[in-house]
Every structure is written in C-alpha cells, then in structure tokens.
Design a protein around this ligand. Structure first.
Ligand code: S3P
Length: 172
C-alpha cells in the first residue's frame, strides 16, 4: 500500500467524503488540503481569493502539498484545481498514489448546486452558466486529471471499490 493517497477531481466530485471514509477504513490519517490551507492561513478559501487572489492561493496550495509529501500513512483530498497548477500532479505522482474521481459535467453541476461549500470560482453563476463553466474548465483540467494512476467512476462510487483498488498494489 502507498504511504500517501491523493484523491483528485473537479469541485463537487466527492473527494472529501470518500477521502475521510477511506482513511478511516484503512487506518490512515485524513487531511483535507483546503481545510489545512485555511487553518494555516487563518482565513477561509473565499477570503484568500478575495484578499490575495488565485495566484497566491495556488502558491500556498503548492507549499501545503510539499509539506504533506513528508507525512506518511495519509489520505489527502485535494482542491479541484491543485493537480492542474505548479506541477502538482507530478509531485503527487512522485510521492504517492493518485486517484481521479471522475464525474460527467451534468452530475457535477447538480452536486455543486446542492453543495453548501462556498466556492469562489463558481459563486453567483446561474445553472446554465455553471454547466458551461464546468464544460470549459473540465476541458482544460482533464489533461491533468488523466495523469492520475487510477481513475474511478464517481457516480455511485462505493468505498469498497477504492479499498480494493489500493489493495492491488504493494508499492510504498
Ligand atoms: C478549487 C476547488 C476548491 C478550492 C478552491 C479552488 C478549484 O476545492 O480548492 O475553491 O480550483 O477547482 P474543492 O475541489 O474541494 O471544491
């Protein structure tokens, strides 16, 4: 089993929900990257975007990732944009097992519309604007997401599938 497991995927794909369950099941620590950034910065993600802008957020995301790469036995749910900036997909692949939770744009849209998390990139968008934005951004990000070691279908994803997938390998 890998020492570090990184769950990647678009906003709303269920990385945090699956990540915390997976960690509990396999006895690993669980870290939500966004939450760790917020704790470290003493600000919320929307606050960071507002005060410092996306570029600074990406830099902090990168710094946190490097710190996480020195931890062991940890499941990390990453922010949706993390693998797509500053070489972070390579860093994750070099330091652990990446799993892409893939969902179609329609499903992502429905999940995001029902989510209570405030996300600066999609704030204030109507349903149709949101769907168009997801199509566009996913089109750009897919190139990075598909570099994950494993891709799983996020529709009705069961914990069992993730556990079995990881049990297949003995690499550390
Ligand atoms: C972002 C996704 C968010 C958060 C930030 C930016 C993105 O995380 O990191 O709002 O660029 O897709 P979630 O994927 O957990 O929503």
């Amino acid at each position: 089993m890998y020492s570090r497991i990184f769950l990647i995927g678009f906003m709303g794909s269920g990385k945090s929900t699956h990540g915390s369950k997976l960690a509990r099941k396999i006895g690993y620590d669980y870290v939500d990257m966004d939450q760790l950034i917020e704790e470290t910065a003493g600000m919320t993600i929307p606050g960071i975007f507002k005060e410092h802008g996306e570029q600074v957020f990406r830099k902090w995301e990168h710094d946190i990732l490097l710190e996480l790469c020195s931890r062991v036995n940890v499941v990390v749910s990453t922010g949706g944009g993390a693998p797509c900036h500053n070489d972070m997909i390579r860093i994750m692949n070099d330091h652990g097992c990446t799993v892409y939770i893939k969902l179609p744009p329609d499903a992502l849209k429905d999940r995001l519309l029902n989510s209570k998390t405030e996300r600066p990139l999609i704030k204030g968008k109507s349903e149709s604007e949101l769907l168009e934005y997801i199509f566009t951004l996913l089109g750009i990000r897919e190139e990075f997401y598909r570099q994950a070691r494993y891709t799983v279908n996020g529709v009705n994803l069961e914990l069992e599938e993730l556990v079995n997938l990881l049990a297949e390998t003995n690499i550390r």
